[in-house]
Design a protein around this ligand. Structure first.
Ligand SMILES: [Zn+2]
Length: 224
């Protein structure tokens, strides 16, 4: 398994550096952030240009991908990152989970892949207003809220894991906005504190930021 992964990584790095043309002009975290901000501004102004969405672009990516940013966003159907940032194929690496959380190996491993093997310049954890997953956290009264209701499947487990990231908000139904903000910060901190992420942010080749998407206006506000 390990050797397969290593071969895969080697193939990717070869693909990116030797055999293929670069598919991204973004060279720095600052540029990556500006690219996302510009895309969101086009979107809210009604001026989306839908870049990189043609079949030629699809064909140009058949061997490699070089997305400039990884976005951890909520699975909520109202939060489609590619549309909010007016981006196309190969531009952003999007990880969507209920509550924009990185509380298990599949989500964390996906971020690690984007950082270590795809060379993204920016990781964005993006929360959104009126998030149902965080609503579930603030309306769960007890400290260890998982009810283990079989009908609910794994949902209570996920909600409990998110609640453990923002325990101060559990049962605080009147503090939804604060809980949403706190969750974004907690997930951002979790990613930013990983040793391999720290090593890249220290050299300036990577930045980790948080953001909030407003469901009413379409605007994404970035922090840090
Ligand atoms: Zn949500």
């Amino acid at each position: 398994m390990k050797s397969k992964l290593a071969l895969f990584a080697l193939a990717l790095s070869f693909g990116a550096s030797v055999f293929a043309q670069s598919t991204s002009n973004v060279q720095s975290p600052k540029q990556a952030l500006m690219e996302l901000q510009a895309g969101n501004e086009r979107f809210i102004a009604g001026n989306s240009i839908y870049p990189n969405q043609c079949l030629d672009r699809v064909a140009s990516l058949k061997k490699i991908q070089e997305p400039f940013a990884a976005i951890v966003a909520c699975s909520d159907s109202r939060v489609p990152a590619e549309l909010l940032f007016d981006s196309g194929f190969g531009d952003i690496f999007v990880i969507r989970t209920a509550g924009n959380s990185v509380v298990d190996a599949s989500t964390q491993g996906s971020v690690d892949y984007a950082v270590n093997h795809l060379g993204v310049k920016l990781v964005v954890v993006m929360g959104h207003t009126n998030c149902g997953a965080i609503k579930a956290v603030v309306s769960t009264p007890c400290e260890h809220g998982s009810t283990h209701d079989e009908k609910e499947g794994e949902l209570p487990v996920l909600i409990e894991k998110i609640a453990n990231c923002i325990p101060q908000y559990q049962g605080k139904e009147d503090q939804l906005d604060g809980a949403i903000e706190a969750n974004v910060e907690a997930q951002t901190d979790k990613i930013a504190s990983l040793p391999h992420v720290k090593a890249k942010t220290a050299t300036g080749e990577l930045k980790v930021v948080s953001a909030m998407y407003n469901l009413k206006t379409g605007k994404v506000e970035f922090k840090n």
